[in-house]
Design a binder for this molecule. Structure first.
Ligand code: BTN
Length: 243
């Protein structure tokens, strides 16, 4: 098994730490959020997913790490960070030969199967960006999650983390300089649901249907509904059908 190794991940200007086990790399880094730190763990005992769900990754089978760093964009713009991170991860993994695409707001997919996810927890002036990627095949994971799952199937996890982290630093530099607008077109080009009819469950439980019309300037999902154009800022895509 390839052990995680801080020296093999080494990044310019970022302290890199590796732990055998912790509750959650996001949870830990929220305590040191104001300086650049990358924390990777072999195992999380209380990994956090979106919407209060657990993130499951058997020991050594996945890539689980978080990057904390200070950011200067206004706090209202930080909602776009999962999208910025999605572009960064897709760039890095595509360069490594994996056809990764994105679904709004923050899933990493190969075809219809979920490869990983992104959980951003931010405060004014800083953010923790957590990345979870299925790496080694875990039999039965699709059945326990109730959806198809993809695996990276790469042995050099240190190299993959380093490539993703360098890509994250570059996309965050673009975001700091030009806001989400600097990455919006690229996100749309990576959208696995482009041209599809979507059903989206909103935070209040209501479901909205419409054609995927790309992203608004702040990263909201635009849906062309029968009632007109609607922008969704918080919700979950529950189905995506070819139009
Ligand atoms: C999702 O629900 O799709 C987002 C999953 C994010 C999981 C990663 S693993 C590293 C970091 N630490 C956590 O506790 N969660 C994120």
């Amino acid at each position: 098994m390839d052990k995680l190794d801080a020296a093999a991940i080494a990044l310019p200007g970022v302290e890199v730490r590796v732990l055998e086990r912790c509750r959650s790399t996001n949870e830990l880094l929220l305590q040191t959020i104001n300086r650049p730190v990358l924390l990777a763990a072999e195992e999380q005992t209380a990994g956090r997913g979106r919407r209060g769900r657990r993130w499951l990754s058997p020991r050594g089978a996945g890539i689980t790490f978080s990057l904390a760093l200070p950011l200067e964009r206004p706090v209202r713009e930080l909602a776009a960070l999962p999208l910025v991170a999605g572009v960064a991860v897709a760039r890095a993994l595509r360069a490594l030969g994996r056809p990764v695409a994105l679904t709004w707001p923050n899933d990493l997919v190969i075809g219809e199967a979920k490869l990983g996810g992104i959980l951003v927890e931010s405060r004014a002036g800083a953010a923790v960006i957590g990345i979870g990627i299925n790496c080694r095949r875990v039999p039965g994971l699709d059945a326990s999650l109730g959806r198809p799952v993809a695996f990276l199937e790469m042995d050099d996890r240190n190299g993959v983390i380093r490539a993703i982290a360098l890509s994250l630093l570059e996309s965050l530099r673009q975001f700091e300089h030009g806001g989400f607008e600097a990455l919006r077109q690229e996100w749309q080009a990576l959208d696995a649901h482009a041209g599809r009819r979507l059903r989206v469950r909103l935070a209040d439980g209501k479901v909205v249907s419409g054609m995927n019309d790309g992203l608004a300037e702040d990263g909201a999902l635009r849906l062309a509904t029968r009632q007109g154009l609607r922008e969704v800022r918080s919700g979950r895509v529950v189905s995506a059908r070819a139009a």
